[in-house]
Design a protein around this ligand. Structure first.
Ligand SMILES: [Zn+2]
Length: 289
């Protein structure tokens, strides 16, 4: 039993770290309760006492939240994430087209007792060229309104977002946490520092692609290095930085992924005390009072 305590600030309990399609099948037509319990026990054995789930469309994280207390884990979830139709995000959430449909999803999240709203703002890394993204994203002009809708209903917003422009616009609109946050610029860091939003850089999820067949050689490593450079600057500027591994994503163990994230943050030169403060900010804010 691990004696140190960890907060996993970004994970997905339904995924297994290898194949999301098989993982989804395990929870159909219903969440695999035995598997979820097994995973919670493994998480607690790995020292995890807090888990913030980035969502699924299978009811897995909702079930995990119901029973996590039995394992000594404080569990928060958006229940499902939200993404714009035809854009990246169907694995973890429901789609909307336009502000009115988004509002309907926020209402649904409220009914399903979501602790916060998860919004997919941008695409994902393509791992073909350093800095490359794919999968589109929200129009810059629609980001602010969606964040304001969620805030208006009393929710905090956790957003998957990469790339300078979208990160900056989301922070201007009051985004509460930047998930991944790859390929930002110094303006993004300034906004992070000014707004007090928390950055969850998910280094472990990128490390999962290092050496993976079919992807550009060295691209994951280069993206980790560029993320590390920005993180060091962010730390100097007083930005809140939290540890979330994207547990369950490809190459990230569902239970010990957070150990990997801490090792990568330390390797990037981010002091443990800074991460602890960021983790605590996530825990304090991402609940619905
Ligand atoms: Zn995620």
């Amino acid at each position: 039993m691990e004696t140190r305590e960890y907060y996993e600030c970004h994970g997905h309990i339904f995924m297994d770290g290898t194949n999301y399609k098989n993982a989804m099948a395990r929870h159909r037509p219903e969440p695999d309760k035995a598997l979820i319990r097994e995973r919670l026990a493994a998480l607690r054995a790995a020292g995890v006492t807090y888990y913030r789930d980035g969502g699924d469309i299978l009811g897995a994280s909702a079930y995990a939240r119901e029973v996590a207390g039995e394992y000594g884990i404080e569990y928060r979830t958006c229940v499902f994430a939200t993404h714009k139709r035809k854009q990246y995000g169907w694995i973890v959430g429901h789609a909307f087209q336009g502000a009115e449909e988004f509002r309907t999803l926020v209402e649904r999240a409220k009914e399903e007792k979501a602790d916060f709203i998860k919004l997919m703002i941008s695409g994902i890394m393509d791992f073909q060229t350093p800095g490359g993204l794919m999968g589109g994203g929200l129009e810059p002009g629609e980001i602010g309104e969606l964040i304001r809708i969620a805030h208006g209903e009393g929710f905090r917003v956790m957003a998957h977002v990469n790339g300078s422009e979208r990160i900056r616009i989301a922070l201007e609109a009051g985004l509460d946490s930047v998930e991944h946050g790859y390929f930002g610029d110094e303006d993004c860091l300034r906004y992070l520092a000014q707004t007090g939003a928390v950055w969850v850089p998910t280094l472990a999820a990128t490390a999962g692609f290092a050496g993976r067949e079919g992807f550009g050689p060295g691209v994951a490593e280069e993206n980790i290095r560029s993320q590390g450079r920005m993180l060091r600057k962010a730390a100097e500027m007083g930005v809140l930085i939290a540890a979330g591994s994207d547990a369950g994503a490809y190459g990230v163990p569902p239970d010990t992924g957070i150990h990997l994230e801490h090792a990568l943050l330390a390797a990037a030169g981010i002091p443990a005390g800074i991460v602890r403060a960021g983790d605590e900010a996530i825990r304090q804010r991402f609940r619905r009072d």
